[in-house]
Design a protein around this ligand. Structure first.
Ligand code: ZN
Length: 250
């Protein structure tokens, strides 16, 4: 019995001359489906398998247990075309979907991650946000929150005292005081305020955090080490999309 699913195209690989395996992120988790004739049948899949596109797909379950479902048809809900005319947005959107799909737990509800990824792509497509350092770090912070690792920005996680000079350690859940800082970097008040504003939006994407674009970028740059360490710890090797992102968003 075939069923319908709504999801975001997060990638795919060609299979043979005509077919494609499509990867989707949905509210219920990650999903791969086999699209027969995807490279030839423009009618059946017109534009529906392109990255950053939200689709409604009809899937037929595999006859084998644990086999891959077959996508029999798909319609575009939102193609988010404006992203594709801006190289920085392409680079950051590619990173957002790759990282979101990578960290979304397999076979489990991933609605927090899914809706966060959609809100970033929608903000880019509607020109409500630019692809900036602040946008990258705001997405990462909101993602850390969505995954259940919301950082405590007030108390040192080693001694539980209020950290007067906070040092950021996202791997261990927040800030460290001067005494327990270890290798963590001190974070200034502007960055702390920006992080609080970003996290206050709970799951919604808010890259500026009440600042102008240049100030938000300056504030967000201070997160480079701590955010890099968090995701290196979580996913291991670097993402394919990270190299292009580092090139265009230095
Ligand atoms: Zn401490």
């Amino acid at each position: 019995v075939s069923f319908e699913v709504e999801g975001l195209v997060v990638g795919g690989v060609d299979y043979g001359d005509a077919d494609r395996v499509v990867r989707l992120l949905t509210e219920e988790g990650r999903l791969s489906a086999f699209a027969h004739g995807a490279k030839k049948s423009r009618r059946r899949f017109a534009g529906a398998l392109d990255p950053f596109t939200s689709i409604r797909a009809t899937l037929a379950p595999s006859k084998k247990q644990d086999g891959m479902a077959t996508m029999t048809s798909a319609v575009v809900i939102d193609a988010r075309l404006p992203i594709r005319s801006d190289l920085k947005k392409i680079a950051l959107a590619s990173y957002v979907v790759e990282l979101g799909a990578k960290v979304a737990p397999e076979g489990q509800a991933t609605d927090g991650v899914y809706h966060l990824v959609l809100s970033v792509l929608d903000a880019f497509a509607r020109d409500e946000a630019s692809a900036t350092i602040a946008a990258r770090r705001a997405f990462e912070l909101a993602l850390i929150d969505a995954l259940g690792y919301r950082p405590d920005l007030d108390r040192c996680h080693a001694c539980q005292e209020v950290a007067e000079t906070p040092h950021l350690d996202l791997v261990h859940g927040g800030v460290l005081c001067a005494e327990h800082r270890g290798r963590a970097k001190e974070i200034g008040p502007k960055t702390m305020a920006w992080m609080r504003a970003v996290l206050a939006r709970r799951g919604a994407f808010e890259p500026l955090g009440g600042l102008d674009a240049a100030s938000a970028d300056r504030a967000a740059r201070a997160l480079t080490g701590a955010a890099g360490e968090f995701f290196a710890n979580l996913i291991g090797r670097p993402l394919k999309s990270a190299a292009l992102l580092e090139d265009v968003l230095a």
